[in-house]
Design a binder for this molecule. Sequence first.
Ligand code: HEC
Ligand code: HEC
Length: 192
Amino acid sequence: MKHRWKYAVAAYAITISAAALAVEPDAAMLSNACAGCHGTYGGSAGPSMPSLAGHSKTAIVEAMKKFKSGERPSSIMGRLAKGYTDQQIELMGEYFSKQKIHFTNQKVDLAKAKRGAELQEEHCSRCHLDDGKEGKDDTPVMASQWLPYLQMQMELYQTGKRKMPERMAEKVKPLSPADIEALLHFYAGVNK
Ligand code: HEC
Ligand code: HEC
């Protein structure tokens, strides 16, 4: 009797690990399709592409939804996002959220970055947490993103093509173009 119980537990354990295995490669395999642009573990290799590593799952899922619906303008992602179900997007979001943040070590203007660090503390740190290495809720990782990518996204916001979150708009509005530029240099330059 005692033995049969043991076997049942062992069989149950095998069933669980098989189910877990069936999910894991799926998430990694799906995310492989993103590697050409976002890097194998979500670390972007190109200046017009964001890194995804370390974004919260919510940030990735929300961005994908906005690409899918067309609310967020894109060169590529709109068409791409339409090819995935909500469940697949969740899996990929989870996968990238578990990867270690990618540091790019790009050159930035140090004087601008220094000014940007002060502005970040005062204006942006409520959502772009810990020097932008973390994001609150659906806020993306900013630290070490490529400067050209950040500049492009900021321009989309400021020309009204990408909708800025209201609370963020309140913080951005009073800043001069030089302030904004300083902030983006700061984020791009965070490398540890
Ligand atoms: C051919 C290149 C390419 C591929 C493949 C690709 N992306 Fe992208 N991705 C981009 C570009 C470029 C952007 C910036 C928005 C745009 O212009 O489309 C972006 C932006 C994003 C963002 C927004 C990040 C942020 O910081 O706001 C997410 C999330 C994302 N991609 C997820 C994915 C996922 C998940 C996959 C795989 C299914 C994928 N991408 C495949 C090029 C690509
Ligand atoms: C109330 C929270 C909040 C505050 C404050 C805030 N942001 Fe954001 N930020 C967000 C969210 C959420 C997103 C992504 C939303 C979206 O889908 O457009 C974002 C996205 C961005 C992006 C695009 C990043 C990407 O990967 O596409 C930039 C650039 C940015 N913020 C700059 C700033 C700067 C500079 C400040 C300070 C002046 C600031 N933000 C303040 C919440 C905030």
